[in-house]
Design a protein around this ligand. Structure first.
Ligand SMILES: NC(=O)c1ccc[n+]([C@@H]2O[C@H](COP(=O)([O-])OP(=O)(O)OC[C@H]3O[C@@H](n4cnc5c(N)ncnc54)[C@H](OP(=O)(O)O)[C@@H]3O)[C@@H](O)[C@H]2O)c1
Length: 331
């Protein structure tokens, strides 16, 4: 391949990031042991922040965007991989400080690469992507800290998002009573289809008047939004409840009290998919291909062509997106 198509993020004179389609040559790839012909990538909230410059995500300009990729190895200096192997590479510096998945060709360090588990194809791997990996990691962390279906309901915030929808599906198939919290009043049927037993609208909560500690409702919580909603979630946790703090789609701030922690033994668990290493990374991917594999992956996923990528980011920033977006790069 003498040149290949890529969506590259650069900085304008004022320092603002912007993305555009371009062509690169293989000698412009970053260092790494494994070269991958990328078949699919995906769009996560973080990708939209990076591409639009709405968040300071990119740490090295120029940088090909896309924190997720799945494809076939074309060259490898890592003995674990050989040409033709199907692989997944997500997280670490990918699409942030190392050329990412929005390119027909990528080269990454071998320690960032996961063999595609049996039970997933490359498109399904990207329908999961960082969103699915993170939802699964949150559930693993909560269950490691005592969460079980008999403890009580689990609330999922930012429910119609990529992480939220996949978390609902995974939790409900494991027997949890899942309550979906959403800002969208049009998506009740969708959320019930995924497995939510109840759907609650954010507009029904008075976020100005959240008490430090209120009736204990939730045994577990997957929080994708942060801010006052996370404060509300914490105030309603049951004794020994577990909360997976995943995202900040509403706010990165958290103004709360210590009461849930010291009076109810609640655990606030941080979830960082980016730098979770092996063997946990492989274990979570293996579970995503088996017992945590969402039942409705196809229904939550839309597939877009590479050329449609630049036009899709604003809907993520505006909170208008539902489910997962897979980008067909060079399938
Ligand atoms: N910790 C990690 O390793 C990790 C990994 C992946 C993602 N994340 C973070 O997790 C969050 C979700 O990621 P995602 O890929 O699922 O994003 P997404 O697909 O864009 O979904 C985010 C959802 O949050 C809700 N939302 C958006 N803007 C909001 C606002 N201003 N106020 C309240 N709710 C709002 C919306 O759901 P409703 O309309 O249904 O409420 C939206 O669909 C993001 O903050 C992302 O950066 C973290």
């Amino acid at each position: 391949m003498t040149s290949f198509k890529a969506y590259q993020i650069e900085q304008d004179d004022s320092g603002k990031a912007f993305g555009h389609m371009t062509r690169l040559t293989p000698d412009q790839l970053d260092e790494g042991e494994v070269t991958i012909r990328v078949h699919y990538s995906s769009v996560n909230y973080k990708d939209a922040l990076a591409a639009t410059g709405k968040g300071k995500i990119i740490r090295r300009f120029p940088c090909v965007g896309g924190i997720d990729m799945a494809g076939e190895v074309t060259e490898s200096a890592d003995p674990r991989f050989k040409p033709g192997d199907k692989v997944i590479a997500t997280s670490f510096d990918i699409g942030v400080a190392h050329h990412g998945g929005y390119a027909e060709l990528a080269r990454v360090p071998g320690r960032w690469v996961v063999p595609l588990p049996a039970g997933l194809d490359l498109q399904a791997a990207m329908a999961l992507g960082t969103a699915g990996f993170t939802a699964a990691l949150g559930i693993v962390r909560m269950e490691d800290n005592g969460l079980a279906p008999e403890n009580g309901p689990v609330v999922v915030t930012g429910a119609t998002g990529g992480v939220g929808g996949l978390a609902i599906d995974m939790l409900s198939q494991r027997g949890y009573h899942v309550v979906a919290l959403t800002g969208k009043d049009t998506e009740e049927d969708y959320l019930r289809m995924l497995g939510a037993a109840e759907v609650k609208l954010t507009s029904t909560i008075d976020l100005e008047k959240v008490r430090a500690l209120d009736t204990g409702i939730w045994a577990g919580a997957v929080d994708n939004v942060g801010g006052p909603i996370l404060h509300w979630v914490l105030a309603h946790m049951k004794q020994a409840g577990t909360v997976a703090s995943i995202g900040n789609a509403a706010s990165f701030k958290l103004d709360t009290t210590v009461f849930p922690f010291i009076l109810r033994g609640v655990s606030l668990l941080g979830v960082d998919s980016g730098y979770m290493g092996f063997p946990t990374r492989q274990r979570v991917w293996d579970r995503l291909a088996t017992d945590l594999k969402p039942r409705h992956l196809a229904e939550v996923t839309r597939v877009i062509d590479f050329d449609a990528l630049p036009g899709c980011f604003d809907d993520f920033i505006g909170g208008r997106v539902k489910g997962r977006t897979v980008v067909k790069i060079a399938a």
